[in-house]
Design a protein around this ligand. Structure first.
Ligand code: SF4
Length: 299
């Protein structure tokens, strides 16, 4: 395990390792961040997949964000992790210069693409990986197949993204026992996620109940299984671990160490499904203080 970076954030020290492990250290009672450790950044609303449950409501004629002229990007701290998504982020014409800029700033850029775009854009994805323009690669699962498993196994830092309520038992049958990494995301009742739930509620809840019941077994069939905060809540992941492990692995509430930035609509929020949005500012610390204060006010 290689240390990728170390930095001071607020009252604590952060070490990041090559396998994705992150260690926080402080002499105080709690970790108080001055800037986000992790940011979800939406760079485009263009996507030709038309997924019926898309909580971003991305469309084939969706707009691209202005990603090269944002002042706050210049204030990001080295080793901030940035999860770049869309829409289809590969469709953005400025993607490569944007990633080059982040690389110079030592931002750890990760990108999330749909399985279909992953399979059909291998040349571009290999370029991004080989030139170290991205560190991690998230691939949103559509339908697991043997061919997909063989392809994704070629990428050391790839993580398969699945949604609680969309993931099917047959997907797990194909993916399991292949030393793969999987991130389980909560079902977002937001934008098209609301309308899809209205028409397919029975199917979605059946899949969610199956995942809830089989989660302990599924976690043993992958190299790593991780969760976003929404999935942690929906699947009550805490029931599967000791208090000690929970304290060690839970990375904190949305807005305390993380935030969401929408470069298409030029706003930011505590997380991607937060209704409350704020116009972009010039400094990341000012932006982060707003979302953290919002979260603290909710406690
Ligand atoms: S691939 Fe992703 S961004 Fe595109 S429509 Fe589907 S959920 Fe939305």
């Amino acid at each position: 395990m290689r240390q990728l970076g170390m930095y001071i954030n607020g009252n604590y020290k952060v070490k990041i390792f090559s396998d994705g492990t992150k260690v926080r250290e402080t002499n105080e009672n709690e970790f108080i961040a001055a800037f986000p450790e992790n940011m979800d950044v939406k760079i485009t609303n263009q996507c030709d997949m038309g997924c019926i449950f898309c909580h971003e409501d991305s469309k084939i004629d969706g707009k691209h964000g202005d990603i090269l002229n944002q002042i706050f990007i210049n204030t990001l701290h080295p080793y901030t992790e940035m999860a770049i998504g869309g829409g289809n982020p590969l469709s953005h014409p400025d993607l490569i210069p944007f990633l080059e800029k982040l690389k110079v700033k030592k931002i750890i850029a990760n990108i999330t693409v749909n399985q279909v775009h992953f399979e059909t854009s291998q040349e571009l994805i290999k370029k991004l990986v080989n030139e170290k323009l991205i560190y991690g690669l998230g691939v949103s699962l559509v339908d697991a197949s043997k061919g997909f498993v063989e392809l994704i196994k070629q990428y050391d830092n790839a993580v398969i993204h699945v949604i609680n309520g969309v993931l099917k038992p047959s997907d797990i049958e194909v993916l399991k026992d292949n030393d793969l990494k999987m991130l389980i995301l909560g079902y977002k009742h937001f934008r098209r996620g609301i309308s899809w739930y209205e028409v397919r509620q029975d199917d979605i809840t059946t899949k969610q109940e199956w995942l809830y019941k089989n989660l302990a077994e599924i976690t043993k069939q992958f190299k790593v299984v991780s969760f976003d905060n929404l999935a942690i809540e929906q699947l009550n992941v805490k029931r599967l671990m000791s208090e000690k492990d929970w304290n060690e692995f839970y990375m904190g509430d949305d807005g305390m160490y993380t935030m969401y930035v929408d470069l298409v609509n030029q706003n930011f929020a505590r997380c991607s499904v937060a209704e409350k949005r704020y116009g972009l500012l010039d400094n990341i610390e000012d932006m982060f203080n707003i979302v953290r204060d919002e979260k603290l006010a909710m406690k």
